[in-house]
Unconditional design. Structure first.
Length: 221
């Protein structure tokens, strides 16, 4: 198999792990990265397109592939301006879905978040919910929206408060049983593996993937 995959957000935690997995996967002969900065030291099968992802439509002619993996996401701490935050967490995935539809890409996977709801009073949840809704409006043949809980893993950037929060969360993990199980930390490794498995399992008809189901899908390797 000689597939082409697009990754948005390959410089982030989950996107970086996903990139490594696709590099090791013989089913993929070309991996296209769309990002603001170049990642050095990558093999020839990686093609990098550098520019402003808020103007993703300018890349339309190069935005061709079999699959799109959208791992874009920021935080309120990194992007306190709500208007700019929405341009990233809503605008980029929705434009990626539009380009996928226009260019005949049949598989689109995007990371959302637990609690996404376009009618929520919480800005973060509402933004994610609006993104999900408008991505689905494109009616791409195979769309998978992953809703992970708190994502764990070693990040390159320093996020002291987030590290403290994760440490505390890990301590109380044993208390998360029964209905609370879905709130347990999920690793970025797990999310990336589930995305690859989803893209390569045409029998999976689920559209919205909960955090618990992401963990199950990651094991089907």
């Amino acid at each position: 198999m000689n597939k082409t995959a697009i990754i948005l957000g390959a410089s982030g935690l989950t996107g970086g792990i996903l990139l490594r997995k696709l590099l090791e996967d013989n089913r993929y002969s070309v991996i296209k990265l769309f990002s603001r900065t170049r990642i050095e030291g990558l093999p020839n099968k990686v093609k990098q397109f550098i520019g402003d992802l808020l103007e993703l439509e300018k890349f339309k002619s190069d935005f061709t592939a079999d699959e799109v993996y959208c791992c874009i996401g920021t935080t309120a701490r990194k992007t306190p301006n709500k208007e700019f935050y929405k341009k990233i967490d809503y605008g980029i995935p929705v434009m990626a879905a539009k380009l996928s539809k226009e260019n005949g890409i049949s598989t689109f996977l995007v990371i959302s978040a637990m609690g996404a709801n376009r009618k929520s009073n919480v800005f973060y949840n509402r933004t994610k919910g609006e993104m999900e809704h408008d991505v689905l409006q494109e009616n791409i043949q195979r769309t998978s929206i992953l809703r992970p809980s708190l994502i764990g893993g070693e990040r390159n950037e320093r996020r002291i408060l987030e590290k403290i929060g994760l440490a505390v969360f890990k301590i109380i993990q044993p208390l998360f049983v029964g209905p609370l199980n879905k709130y347990k930390i999920i690793s970025a490794e797990c999310i990336a593996q589930a995305m690859v498995n989803l893209a390569n399992n045409t029998s999976n008809a689920e559209v919205i993937i909960s955090s618990n189901d992401i963990k199950k899908l990651a094991k089907n390797n």
